[in-house]
Write a protein that binds this ligand. Structure first.
Ligand SMILES: [Zn+2]
Length: 307
């Protein structure tokens, strides 16, 4: 990883947080201050913002008049069963991990934003693949240039291949915490990889995993079996508050991402270690390190996250 020398001027003038320029998603790479960087994808806070934005926009319940499919597939083929929702009221939109679940009177449709998907009240371009036409001439357009998202009829939630094995949402009850601690402490996995594992917890994506471990002052390289109960509780607390902050500020973001109201997230301004390899730690000044764990870039401060 090249050191981000072009940020130095900004870092010198910054106090606690260093404002970040927008990241841009497009054509397989992210452009960051003119340099190609990795692609970021919507994580739980972005999806939660899309959910809230859509609910507000549509003021549910609202009748769906028709579904316009402009392609037969996005990531997977779109089943014609989705048309069963036409004529029914959309009652609510739920979120499960990074999946949006649109609950109609007698059926549910799942939407996943993949890497570049978004729902918008406005038509955008030739990448508008699905249009939902609602009563009173309201419509929402699903746009996804890279087509990693999906739009699927859900026959049974408990049996759906993408839903059935999902672990807990990050806002854990006391009982869920106890269960997770017991299961996680039996694992020799790196803690960073563990908190991102959907079979335990959903919604802790790559950005938030590095940030949560930094805030909890736990090394991402520590094995789950070596993490104390107290550290585990601290980590769960931090994950909750971090995701809440990210939701409130609209999610972390890249130039192409918008919530359903067309607004951009601001949370990238608060990232302290993510994508900051070689930059000084905002707590202690040590250089932020980067290493791939399970194929995902991981950032940490070697001094603040020693334990
Ligand atoms: Zn530090």
């Amino acid at each position: 990883m090249e050191a981000a020398t072009n940020h130095d001027a900004r870092i010198e003038s910054a106090s606690s947080f260093v404002p970040r320029p927008d990241l841009e998603v497009g054509s397989g790479k992210v452009v960051f201050d003119g340099e190609p960087r990795r692609v970021l994808m919507p994580e739980l806070p972005e999806v939660e913002n899309v959910r809230r934005g859509l609910e507000e926009l549509l003021s549910l319940p609202r009748r769906l008049e028709s579904i316009e499919l402009r392609r037969k597939d996005i990531r997977y083929p779109i089943s014609s069963k989705v048309h069963r929702a036409a004529g029914e009221k959309l009652l609510r939109i739920r979120r499960r991990g990074k999946y949006l679940l649109l609950d109609f009177e007698s059926c549910t449709i799942l939407s996943h934003l993949g890497m570049t998907g978004m729902w918008s009240p406005h038509p955008k371009d030739r990448h508008d693949h699905v249009v939902l036409h609602f009563s009173e001439n309201l419509s929402v357009h699903y746009n996804d240039p890279r087509r990693f998202g999906c739009f699927e009829f859900v026959q049974s939630e408990s049996d759906h291949p993408r839903l059935k094995n999902l672990g807990f949402e990050p806002w854990l009850s006391g009982e869920q915490r106890d269960q997770l601690i017991v299961r996680m402490k039996r694992s020799e996995q790196f803690v960073k990889v563990g908190i991102m594992d959907n079979k335990w917890l959903v919604g802790v994506g790559n950005i938030y995993a590095s940030e949560a471990l930094f805030r909890a002052q736990i090394s991402p390289l520590k094995r789950l079996s070596r993490i104390s109960r107290n550290q585990m509780h601290r980590l769960f607390d931090v994950i909750e508050s971090l995701l809440e902050e990210a939701i409130v500020s609209g999610g972390t973001t890249f130039r192409d991402y918008r919530n359903a109201r067309g607004e951009m997230g601001q949370f990238q301004n608060f990232l302290r270690v993510y994508d900051r390899a070689g930059e000084p730690c905002q707590n202690c000044g040590s250089k932020i390190r980067e290493r791939a764990l399970a194929g995902r870039s991981t950032y940490w401060c070697p001094k603040c996250q020693r334990s």
